[in-house]
Design a protein around this ligand. Sequence first.
Ligand SMILES: Cc1ncc(C[n+]2csc(CCOP(=O)(O)OP(=O)(O)O)c2C)c(N)n1
Length: 244
Amino acid sequence: MEKIIFKKPNSMKDALTHYCAGCGHGIIHRLVCEVIDELGIREKVIAVAPVGCAVIAYDYWNFDTTEAAHGRTPAVATGIKRVYPEKVVFTYQGDGDLAAIGTAETIHAANRGENITVIFVNNGVYGMTGGQMAPTTIVGQRTTTTKKGRDLKRDGFPLKISEMIAILEGAKYIERTAVSSPKEILRTKRAIKKAFEIQIKNEGFSMVEVLSMCPTYWGMSPEDSCKRIEKDIQKVYPLGVLKG
Ligand SMILES: Cc1ncc(C[n+]2csc(CCOP(=O)(O)OP(=O)(O)O)c2C)c(N)n1
């Protein structure tokens, strides 16, 4: 008798992804799919994919997914959720999408207390367009537009979006996690599940910020990228529940 020790979630298509080796997006995609399977909501989910490396998430997800212009994801999700309140609506956004071009959409959706869930993938760079500095890039981090490292005087402080959103009255649940180790991956899954459950209970805006790796544009091995999250990035973006 063979025992099943690995099974693809039903919410995941049988497809190879285009992600670089060591990228966190594939892990986070899978966690979202596992949670959707476990909650039995595959037929009820509507995802809004971002512009960014995850732009073709609909090729990997086996549930209804639509697309929004760069940064407009929470606005599109707001419209969908208001028209279909019985659906479970979530956005999946990078830090360029959410913390740069879409800062206004994100903050106002949270402030209105929209009953949607945001999965915020913070890899500290604009991955899709070639590794430029994002608002979330940490001080000293080299990117293709900060060759000598992010300079505080010139570029300002790393933007702590989760802390900002946590003070808004409309925000119900905000947690920051990481995918740099098996332990943190399991924590991320629990946080994503909680965020969906909050929406299912009609409690309002939920967001999980996931610290993720971009070995290609960090110029590091996948292993060193995980270490960097634990050693450097978590100092700027501490993990934990910020609200809820
Ligand atoms: C209106 C608009 N402005 C700029 C772009 C170019 N653009 C595409 S993806 C991207 C950044 C994506 O970075 P991020 O959201 O951090 O996601 P990642 O690729 O790192 O996952 C930018 C600036 C665009 N497609 N549309």
